[in-house]
Write a new protein. Structure first.
Ligand code: GTR
Length: 335
């Protein structure tokens, strides 16, 4: 049964007429490239990683399988393109886990505040059994989870002042992705959460509709949010990864051998992405600091942890979720 929130909304159906037009122009499924949407600009590491996956596919199948990627949110917001992918209007979609939170409760796990201690911890968990279980949970929603990509640490930034303690955020309007978990996190800090899609954030900051948002260095820089919100405060509250999904209907049209090739090519694009990512984080940080952004450490991160950590109890309710959270926490014991 399709999850209610996965029935194509009017907005998604409208957005999909563009994507479906693209599909129609490309002819039947067989013999054409797999079409993939990404909200990020062409040179962003997620887009480059999917291109690398496409190169591997092309090479490994003698040109039978290729990927064509529509970057820069051309086909709509992540929520819309996910819906389109779910009903097969698009073959693949690179999104963050946040827009999947409303659809599948297992995807909430890697998006929990202050779950991962380090990047090594995150990578260990996502490359291991916990990551595989989260990816597999997408099958019941018409999607195949192919791999995770890094998304670094999300921190708050705003137009007003450095955030040193949660009290500095009192009453601030903070944009969040469309996810109840994120809304709860912001409320727990005493601020107001405003869910909206990434493409709307810059204007909302400029027009004062919101006071701030939260994201990693590369998105903060790439979306030019730093121009409007020049205070970046190092809360490092979430490390929710990116995920590459394929529509189950397209997947089922591949034979078992091609499914294996697709899965492997996706996996092989992960180390490639991580290398680009680490470099991109350094470059983005350097660029925004050179542009005059004021960066600050928070006074005591425990103040943020104490307020945000209780949201876990609201979203981690099933035994299955609890087991996986415990497994991930246990994997954080080594560096
Ligand atoms: C970015 C992520 C995007 C999108 C965005 C957002 O870090 O790469 O996929 O989810 O955050 O906040 O909407």
């Amino acid at each position: 049964m399709t999850h209610p929130s996965l029935r194509p909304s009017r907005r998604a159906v409208l957005a999909s007429s563009g994507a479906l037009g693209v599909l129609a122009a490309c002819g039947a499924h067989e013999g054409r490239a797999l079409l993939c949407a990404d909200s990020h600009a062409e040179e962003y590491p997620t887009v480059q990683a999917v291109k690398e996956m496409g190169r591997l596919l092309d090479e490994r199948t003698g040109g039978r399988l290729k990927i064509k990627i529509y970057a820069g949110g051309q086909l709509g917001s992540e929520r819309d393109t996910l819906e389109i992918t779910t009903f097969g209007g698009l073959d693949m979609n690179r999104v963050n886990l946040a827009p999947l939170n409303a659809i599948e409760s297992m995807t909430v796990i890697p998006a929990l505040p202050f779950l991962f201690r380090t990047t090594a911890h995150l990578r260990r968990a996502l490359d291991g059994a916990p990551g595989d279980e989260v990816l597999a949970s997408l099958n019941r929603h018409g999607l195949v989870g192919l791999c995770f990509y890094d998304s670094g640490e999300r921190c708050f930034y705003n137009t007003k002042q450095p955030i040193r303690t949660p009290a500095d955020m009192a009453g601030m309007k903070i944009r969040v992705p469309n996810s109840d978990l994120y809304v709860a996190m912001i409320k727990a800090l005493g601020a107001d959460a405003t869910p909206m899609s990434l493409g709307e954030v810059y204007q909302a900051l400029v027009q004062g509709v919101i006071d701030g948002a939260e994201n990693n260095w590369p998105s903060y820089e790439s979306e030019r949010h730093f121009e409007a919100a020049p205070y970046y405060s190092l809360t490092r509250h979430v490390m929710a990864p990116e995920v590459l999904v394929m529509s189950l209907s397209r997947w089922n049209k591949l034979g078992p051998d091609d499914q294996q090739v697709v899965r492997q090519a996706a996996r092989d694009s992960v180390p490639y992405m991580r290398k680009l990512w680490d470099q991109r984080v350094d470059d983005a940080r350097a660029r925004v600091i050179a542009a005059g952004v004021e960066v600050n450490e928070v006074e005591d991160v425990n103040q943020f942890i104490d307020l945000m950590r209780p949201v876990w109890d609201r979203f981690i309710v099933s035994d299955n979720q609890k087991r996986i959270v415990a497994e991930i926490e246990a994997m954080g014991d080594t560096a």
